[in-house]
Design a protein. Structure first.
Length: 174
């Protein structure tokens, strides 16, 4: 008679599986749909600025006096039509300036570089993504269930309410 090998009896494997389940429970997720795509943007470490699709909810929208010329991955060039401020008030003013680009195909892009240059810190791990300002977490991002990309909310909703209490109100950034 041959001994039976039990492949899944290692205490390490069961702890490892438990860790995956626990991590999955902590992971904030978003199902992107046509209905909610205007409220979310891809957090993009390669974008030089914030680029928004048309009809994204914004404030202080103005016609671009010196439009940006943006080269898309398909080698086409598009121009920005407007500048505006993105809605989340918890960001410093310089982090909120965005360009509306009618030629963007599907999602707005929020630049990690622009957030950091404005004084924010973006912390990304395998299960969390937060934007910090003046040492406080002010925005929590969610992972898209379709693409696996980190999505940042462009509107204030109930998922951000617990963070809004941490917003510094004495902002002097110009």
């Amino acid at each position: 008679m041959y001994p039976t090998q039990h492949l899944n009896t290692s205490p390490f494997l069961s702890k490892q599986r438990y860790g995956v389940v626990a991590a999955s429970a902590l992971l904030r997720k978003i199902d992107m749909t046509e209905k909610n795509k205007l409220s979310w943007a891809i957090l993009d470490s390669g974008a030089s600025s914030h680029f928004l699709i048309s009809n994204t909810p914004v404030q202080n929208k103005e016609i671009a006096t010196t439009p940006l010329h943006i080269t898309l991955p398909i080698d086409a060039t598009v121009k920005s039509s407007h500048t505006a401020d993105i809605a989340p008030p918890q960001l410093p003013p310089m982090a909120g300036i965005a360009h509306i680009v009618p030629g963007l195909a599907s999602h707005s892009l929020i630049s990690v570089v622009k957030l950091c240059n404005a004084g924010c810190k973006v912390n990304i791990t395998d299960i969390t993504c937060e934007v910090h300002y003046r040492g406080k977490a002010v925005i929590q991002c969610s992972k898209c269930t379709k693409t696996g990309l980190w999505m940042i909310p462009l509107t204030n909703d109930t998922s951000q309410d617990t963070l809004n209490a941490n917003i510094p109100t004495d902002d002097v950034t110009a």
